[in-house]
Every structure is written in structure tokens, then in C-alpha cells.
Design a protein around this ligand. Structure first.
Ligand code: S3P
Length: 185
């Protein structure tokens, strides 16, 4: 009996595709499109954490960033046991080398990028901090520049896909070919 499986009836291993990158680089939007194209499941780590623990700004305010990072680490361990998924991660999740190793071992990691001005517009300009605690309480433009500089080296460890001015489907197709021809490994 075959359910679209390999010739010996055993389902072929379908490694995950993990999307990282700065806030508002389109990880969730592109991830959903990519999952539909690959016929993979889709998970968004921020949404899972919010379903289980409440809104991210509240987690940061009441328990602190370190507690949020611990939730991300625990979730990475949990997701590491699954395959055939597109996993869109929070922008800081793969900065943790342990998380990066754990999720890299489950498939291919790709980093989405955008110019700071585009990020600022997508996060809602001066209102950026309402949903994103790391951009709260200051000038979001300066904060974006500062965080991008701090994180540049960590993001550069992964193959980069630019998102500025590109429709999600086009970005998803580029990721698919990176994954298929193995150049993202
Ligand atoms: C964060 C990014 C956010 C969210 C949290 C921290 C970060 O996710 O996980 O606010 O450290 O870059 P998005 O990248 O989906 O905005």
C-alpha cells in the first residue's frame, strides 16, 4: 500500500525548513506560502508561545526577556522531533547557538532580510513597540539599526534571501530552490 510514499512504501524523510531573520522580514507570511507549496505543515513559534503563555509583550513585561528566551529554547527542543514542517521563528530565536544547532539539525535554515527602512515601515513606524517589546520605549528607527548591527554576524551564518519589494510567492520559490539544490545546507 502506498500513500504517495517512496518506492518501498516508507515515507521519504522530509526535513524541515526553518525561517529566521529580523522582525518584520516576512517570516510568517512567506512561511505559510512555502508550506502550502511544499505540502508541509506550518508552525510559527511566536504564535505557539502566545497560545500557551499569553501575549509576547506581557511575557517580556512580567517575566523578562530571559524567560521568553527559555520558552523559545524549550519549543526548539520540542519541534526538533518533528519533520515536514516550515517553522517560522521569532527574530531572536536562532541567535541562541544551541537553538540554532538544534533546529539546523532538523533541516535547512534560511534567513530572510529587509532594509531597515522597510522593516520600520512594516512594524508600524512609531507604533512599533506596541507588539514588539524590543522596539518599545525609544526611537524604533535607532533601535532597529542597533539590533541589526548587533545581530548581523549571527544572521550571516545562514543563507540569506532578500524580501524587499518582492511578493511572498517569489520569495518562497527562491527558498524552495535553495532547499532543493542543497545550496542552503
Ligand atoms: C523578537 C522577535 C519577535 C518576537 C519577540 C522578540 C526578536 O518575533 O519573537 O518580540 O528578538 O527579534 P518576530 O520576528 O516575528 O517579530
Amino acid at each position: 500500500m502506498s500513500h504517495g510514499t517512496g518506492t518501498d512504501g516508507v515515507a521519504p524523510l522530509r526535513p524541515n525548513v526553518v525561517l529566521t531573520g529580523f522582525m518584520a522580514t516576512g517570516k510568517s507570511t512567506v512561511g505559510r506560502v512555502l508550506a502550502a507549496r511544499l505540502r508541509y505543515g506550518f508552525v510559527d513559534t511566536d504564535r505557539i508561545i502566545e497560545e500557551r503563555h499569553g501575549p509576547i509583550p506581557v511575557i517580556f513585561a512580567e517575566r523578562g526577556e530571559a524567560a521568553f528566551r527559555a520558552l523559545e529554547r524549550a519549543l526548539a527542543e520540542e519541534l526538533a522531533g518533528l519533520s515536514s514542517l516550515v517553522i517560522s521563528t521569532g527574530g531572536g530565536m536562532l541567535l541562541d547557538p544551541t537553538v540554532a544547532d538544534v533546529l539546523s539539525a532538523t533541516g535547512t535554515v534560511v534567513c530572510l532580510t529587509a532594509e531597515p527602512e522597510v522593516i520600520l515601515r512594516r512594524v508600524g513606524g512609531a507604533r512599533a513597540g506596541e507588539r514588539r517589546p524590543l522596539l518599545a520605549g525609544g526611537d524604533p528607527r535607532a533601535r532597529i539599526t542597533e539590533l541589526l548591527a548587533e545581530r548581523a554576524e549571527a544572521y550571516r551564518r545562514f543563507p540569506q534571501v532578500a524580501t524587499d519589494g518582492r511578493p511572498p510567492t517569489e520569495i518562497a520559490i527562491e527558498i524552495e530552490s535553495l532547499v532543493r539544490d542543497g545550496s542552503a545546507d
